[in-house]
Write a protein that binds this ligand. Structure first.
Ligand SMILES: NC(=O)CC[C@H](N)C(=O)O
Length: 228
């Protein structure tokens, strides 16, 4: 399986994402600059965290106009797995690939620490390697992770089981219903504020993030004929 890590001016978790795929997962991965106009050769698209365009206007608000985003939309519509982490999640929201919006954290502070998450849905292509309701430890690092959507959208998220990760225990940022990660209705686009790419090695303090990447590969292999 071949992954693209999309790099925007100001991305800073692209190298960690690349490392997670290449070294921890053992799959093929390439960096793709935001000006790219074709993602056809990639099976999975990864939008890493960081401070794209300096977080000006709102986090992700400028990056969503990047050339590559039309291709990310195309990949999403084709059913390819698209994962946005932290700033990547914010960009997916701004691009309309996921519903809702991000607000500044309650308390207005940037928070960088491990949090406990509950796997609220282990039946997505990103989470089948987890147990139902498993509690995992993954770091967060953001100033704008306070997820919000209107009541109708929340009802739809629940109805379609689009809420995939919730904060277990203390909610670090004030997000609605403790939401830490959601998918689109089709289930092939996942946005999450915690950083699974920073939890792929015991040296980093947790390997709990690895199962997301393993789930993607497992589900992709089960639906594609691999010839090489
Ligand atoms: N680590 C990140 O991706 C941070 C995202 C964004 N810059 C924020 O502070 O919310």
């Amino acid at each position: 399986m071949k992954f693209a890590v999309i790099v925007f001016p100001g991305s800073n978790c692209d190298v960690d994402m690349f490392h997670a795929i290449k070294d921890a997962l053992g799959e093929e991965v390439e960096y793709v600059w935001h000006s790219a106009d074709n993602l056809d050769e990639y099976d999975g698209i990864l939008l890493p965290g960081g401070f794209s365009y300096g977080d000006y206007l709102r986090c992700g608000a400028i990056a969503r106009f990047s050339n590559v985003m039309a291709e990310v939309v195309k990949a999403a519509e084709a059913g390819k797995p698209v994962l946005g982490v932290c700033n990547g999640f914010q960009i997916l929201l701004e691009a309309g690939l996921l519903p809702g919006a991000m607000r500044r954290n309650d308390g207005l502070k940037f928070i960088c620490r491990n949090v406990e998450l509950q796997v609220a849905n282990n039946e997505t292509m990103f989470t089948t390697s987890y147990e139902a309701n498993e509690t995992i430890t993954v770091p967060i690092a953001h100033g704008e992770g306070n997820y919000y959507c209107d009541e109708a959208t929340l009802a739809e998220l629940k109805e379609n089981k689009q809420i995939v990760f919730t904060y277990a225990g203390t909610n670090p940022n004030g997000s609605l219903e403790d939401i830490a990660g959601i998918t689109n209705k089709q289930g092939n686009v996942l946005g999450m504020m915690p950083h699974p790419e920073r939890a792929v090695d015991e040296l980093l303090g947790s390997t709990d993030g690895l199962k997301i990447f393993q789930s993607i590969v497992k589900n992709w292999r089960e639906t594609h004929v691999v010839t090489a």
